[in-house]
Design a protein around this ligand. Sequence first.
Ligand code: GLA
Ligand code: ZN
Length: 687
Amino acid sequence: MLSTKLPKMFYGGDYNPEQWSRETWDEDIRMFKLAGIDVVTLNVFTWALNQPDEETYNFEWLDEIIDLLYSNEIYVCLATGTANHPAWMAKRYPDVLSVDFAGRKRKFGFRHNSCPTSPSYIKYARMLVEKLADRYKNHPALVVWHVNNEMGCQCYCDNCEKEFRVWLKKKYGRLEELNKAWNTRFWGHTFYSWEEIVLPNLLSEHLDANNPDKTAFQGISLDYYRFNSDSVLDRYLDEYEILRKATPNIPITTNYHGHATYKPLDYYKWSKYVDIVAWDNYPAFDTPESTTAFRLDMMRSFKDGDPFMIMEQTPSQQNWQPYNSLKRPGVMRLWSYQAVARGADTVMFFQLRRSYGACEKYHGAVIEHVGHENTRVFREVAELGAELNKIGDTLLDSRMDTKVALLFDWENWWAVEFSSGPSDQLKYVEEVQKYYNAFFSRNIPVDIINAEADLSKYDLVVAPVLYMVKDNLDKRIEEFVHRGGTFVSTFFSGIVDENDLVHLGGYPGKLRNLLGIWVEEIDALYPGQTNQMVMKKEINGLKAEYKCGILCDLLHTESAEVIAEYGSDFYKGMPALTRNEFGEGEAWYIASSPEPEFIENLIRSICDEHGIESTLITPPEVEATRRTKDGKSFTFLLNHSEEVKHVNLPEGIFEDIITKKIYQGEATLEPKGVLIITPVENESVNR
Ligand code: GLA
Ligand code: ZN
């Protein structure tokens, strides 16, 4: 449980009292209480206010608001406020200003752009956090620390360049090793001194301002991404260490970016250092539910299934999308429960009161510009607040049971998209999402794991576009399959090692034996161009033929059996889908990017074959998940459609934990409706 002080789902969010008068604070607190809000995130963008100059700190306003909140039984998620350096600091210590990809040094402005290796930033951020930790470590209102905010800044300044060399020295030891890893004899890049190495940006290895992925040296660019992710992580750890020391028992976190798949930061690596994962959930007007579900599952998987925080979501609309449509009535509630359904133990908003100037004044908030509680948004927030109060601690710390893992690896992602050829059309996140959708539509719970994860607890592991096979991943997958697991892999897999150097001797390199195939050539199809996967062997539930595109591997089987073959072009008749028996298990290879229906059907057949069950079979647009705790199960039914839906329930009698209504046989869901049902004993129903 996040905090024994507040044994329920935290409900609240980002609050910026520093933008408002003292009288407004009282009004806000009155309304927070009306809405059932019990946690507010404070102090996110306040460095300039808290430290007007080098020597002076000013926390009185913060003391006052924290005390005021606490006296009203509202707890505090306390941000450290290091997400934007003050203007005076930028003027006096320009090393805090980052340099962008094009090599331009920024001036003061915007946010989230302090150089992650800047000595001045490091010094002053630490000092600020020490003061803050010392001042509030014993405050009873404090329930969680919020380091910085949506961290991340890819900087190309001279200092980062120096630090990059230090990082490289530590990694490679000798320059010869680095030259080998980067294959620097290509295009005459041999380095004779560490000082010769420069950061890979638009002035060096990258040439295309519109496509920052285009690099001449994948090895250098990969190492820069690793280095930058580590540098930003070091800044998080600076703060973490100070806070940990001051408050051994208060959880520490930082909020991850809204896309979840935020490319610059390897969040699997990061998640080892947060006490609880926290995420800002911002679906766009056209984001499918399955995409949000994928991101939520990733958040839960970052720490092996532990519950996570929704740190931010908008109660109504955003300001930074091209079209900031309102969440329709019921949608904020539905999406809040969608997060809970997949492992969230908090529901929090950005923002509690709408600011009245600058770029977020048209961002939705619990308290709108009108300033009172008689608004649609406020009413919806207050209704949800009352429900969460009723639910209390019932769901806290409950977990999901998963038999399927989908492999998503940040370094693999970087490498796939840094790749010069075979195709710009290949987008890693999209490819993984295609496979996720097949499980989502069947309500089959999935973990999203990275290349380091333990595979042994799964029955099925799907690794789309596993281009980079590093360390002993191949051995671990082999072991998993040998013991009876099912492995599904796709085109463009097994090609390179961690330095993006090709595994020689035929693709898919170290996966060749497991998959029982050998790939000779890779064809790239232009947008709209397709080939066909024609079934050679009948598989339950699969049609005779499907379209495929993006890439087509031209492969030969060694020990694998051919299940489908290409339908046209000069490689017509070559294998397009293979299956290899390996030990007690099997390994599939899908040689091209098929239409979604193929993936749906194949995954369904594999799951049926191996007894991997749906949580519940539901009508289209009804999502079902299950969390369990102390032997008790909670099944979430979420109706994403505009229509009433009927869901057949498993045998037994169930109670909805929100309304306490009893269900048996069938449940009816209102449009955008939510049910969280748990089995009840016959006796308690009759009582
Ligand atoms: C991010 C930030 C917040 C706010 C919201 C607006 O998530 O963390 O400070 O800017 O976006 O959607
Ligand atoms: Zn820098």
